[in-house]
Design a protein around this ligand. Structure first.
Ligand SMILES: O=C(O)CCC(=O)C(=O)O
Ligand SMILES: [Fe+2]
Length: 234
């Protein structure tokens, strides 16, 4: 990622997609070399605070590791530099949902708020899925302080490195059945999506929908993802 490439993205278009669909693509966020070097970190013990075997917790099948602080430079940069572009949408969503939290313009100030409330553990993570592995629908809530949008970046190349393993989002509407969306990701693409609830405009004003995300079973190969959650964990 070049330092100027984030500023050059169409943030108005991205906010429009987030408002309309609850998710938005960041095409080509990372180049192939960055994807490969991040994926390669997974094999090391160093640099991570914990390793989760998903089947042990009923989360699905596969595993992930949470980074420890200090985060790798690229991960820290993505987290800090993308956050400010999301704040207007995050605050607009809170306002439209009649919720009180308002998010400060810079990520450091928001993290200080998390840390003061005991949410001190870093949440960025690497995930690894092999054949038969999947990620059950879930929400990454780790305490009272929740930034309402998160980012995932597909580090592996579909069809070359793995088959299956689609990123899916469900949207639950009040008193109605859930709707599902499959996000078409290529290697290096990011997807921004709602962590929990978001406002949706209907014929009689705004209402709240609840989102969950997950990954369908990987059929063949290995699939790696980088997850960036903007709040820290209790
Ligand atoms: O592997 C994926 O695409 C989903 C990762 C995930 O659950 C996350 O980043 O929070
Ligand atoms: Fe997740």
């Amino acid at each position: 990622m070049r330092p100027d490439s984030l500023a050059a993205m169409d943030w108005q278009g991205i906010s429009d997609r987030l408002d309309g669909d609850g998710w938005a693509l960041l095409p080509g966020l990372l180049d192939k070399a960055a994807c490969q070097s991040l994926s390669a970190l997974y094999a090391n013990e160093a640099g991570f605070r914990s390793r989760i075997i998903m089947a042990r917790h009923g989360f699905g099948r596969g595993e992930y590791r949470y980074f420890s602080y200090p985060l790798p430079l690229l991960v820290a940069t993505l987290r800090e530099k993308i956050y400010p572009f999301l704040v207007p949408t995050a605050n607009f969503w809170m306002e439209r949902m009649g919720l009180t939290p308002r998010f400060p313009a810079d990520h450091q100030t928001f993290l200080a708020r998390c840390h003061a409330a005991g949410q001190v553990r870093p949440t960025p993570l690497l995930l690894r899925y092999g054949p038969g592995d999947y990620n059950c629908l879930h929400q990454d809530l780790y305490g009272e302080h929740v930034f309402p949008i998160q980012l995932a970046v597909l580090l592996s190349c579909p069809d070359r490195d793995f088959t299956g393993g689609e990123f899916v989002l469900t949207e639950q509407r009040p008193r109605m059945q859930s709707r599902v969306d499959v996000v078409p990701l290529r290697q290096g693409d990011g997807v921004l999506f709602a962590v929990n609830q978001r406002p949706k405009t209907g014929t009689r004003g705004s209402y709240r929908v609840t989102l969950r995300h997950g990954v369908s079973p990987v059929r063949t190969g290995l699939r790696h993802t980088l997850g960036i959650i903007f709040h820290d964990a209790a």
